[in-house]
Design a protein around this ligand. Structure first.
Ligand code: NAG
Ligand code: NAG
Ligand code: NAG
Length: 312
């Protein structure tokens, strides 16, 4: 199984070059002035997503109309003043160079990967037959480390909010030894949780992080916490080159990373699959607070590498 999968991987890698998501870039740009065509989202994005901000008009929104009453948003903003330089000045062919792949705006909605990347990740799971992603929301972040942190933060807060009487001040988070030595530190920076390896697994206020299969011994353990909604499965090694994939898994909370799958640890990308859509939204909010949106450059890199592996 292991050898044949590797052989397949390398024959695909030899035959396929990454798809250029910009090949359909329309010229002239239908979104000018004031906006720009977004080849990833297939829609216009611009100074306010569609057109100029209030009180500005004309070519590149340069004309200011002082006669109008303008409203200024005090809670948001996007640094787009320099955007046209990158979009229009690289030989006037916005998508023909690496620079033009640069996307100036923060990504919205937070935590939700670019549509082509999300499609590629779901396809990757389907081909690998390791996980059934249907009915699961996909949230991205800087590596499995950030996904674990965001998930512990969001889940522990939701568990405490659910509590009506005799509520503990924090939720206990445990893992069965031997466990990854970074877990206590990841949990340690969450206000609503504390690391406790002697936690009571039968308590409704205990979360278990289950590395599945375990690192470093590869053992597939059953969780001690019986409520599957309180078990965070760190499944970064559940891929065919690391373990026999004999079961397509569909648990409520599952975490993966490009580090282990594509071997691109330095790219820093991880994702979580969540059955509970409220939990998924809350995880995305934590990621958003920490990042102001996913790195578009990182996502384009991960997209290209997954495309090189799955072939489309
Ligand atoms: C565009 O870039 C070139 C260098 O590649 C530079 O010489 C030129 O001044 C730039 N034009 C504008 C309008 O920024
Ligand atoms: C909160 O309580 C509801 C109702 O019992 C339950 O369905 C849900 O799973 C609980 N959420 C968490 C995070 O435990
Ligand atoms: C860990 O949990 C156990 C069981 O609830 C509790 O007795 C113990 O005090 C906790 N330890 C710490 C360090 O919080």
């Amino acid at each position: 199984m292991f050898l044949s999968w590797l052989a397949l991987l390398f024959s695909i890698l030899g035959a396929v070059t990454a798809v250029d998501i910009c090949s359909d870039y329309p010229k002239p740009d239908p979104c000018l002035p004031g906006g720009e065509w977004d080849p990833v989202l297939n829609s216009c994005s611009g100074y306010d997503g569609r057109s100029c901000f209030q009180c500005y008009s004309g070519q590149f929104c340069k004309t200011r109309e002082d006669t109008l009453t303008c409203q200024l948003s005090s809670t948001g903003g996007n640094p787009l003043v320099i955007a046209q330089f990158w979009l229009l000045n690289s030989t006037q062919e916005p998508c023909s160079t690496t620079l033009a792949h640069y996307r100036p705006a923060y990504q919205n909605p937070p935590g939700v990967p670019l549509p082509p990347l999300e499609d590629a990740i779901r396809k990757l799971h389907a081909i690998s037959q390791n996980v059934d992603t249907s009915g699961r929301q996909l949230i991205g972040g800087f590596g499995a480390t950030m996904m674990l942190h965001a998930t512990v933060a969001a889940l522990s807060e939701m568990i405490l909010k659910n509590c009506t009487s005799n509520c503990p001040p924090v939720v206990d988070v445990m893992a069965q030894p031997p466990y990854y030595d970074n877990y206590p530190y990841i949990v340690g920076i969450v206000q609503t949780a504390r690391w406790n390896t002697s936690a009571d697994p039968t308590s409704p206020y205990t979360i278990e992080i289950l590395t599945y299969p375990n690192n470093p011994n590869g053992v597939r353990r059953n969780p001690l916490v019986k409520n599957p909604n309180h078990v965070i499965r760190d499944m970064v090694y559940y891929w065919p080159m690391y373990t026999d994939i004999d079961t397509t898994i569909s648990e409520p909370i599952m975490i993966f990373s490009s580090s282990k799958h594509e071997g691109l640890a330095g790219t820093r990308f991880g994702w979580g699959l969540y059955q509970d859509s409220v939990l998924a939204q809350n995880v995305a909010q934590v990621v958003n607070v920490l990042t102001l949106g996913l790195s578009v450059d990182v996502q384009l890199r991960v997209l290209a590498s997954i495309q090189a592996i799955i072939g489309h």
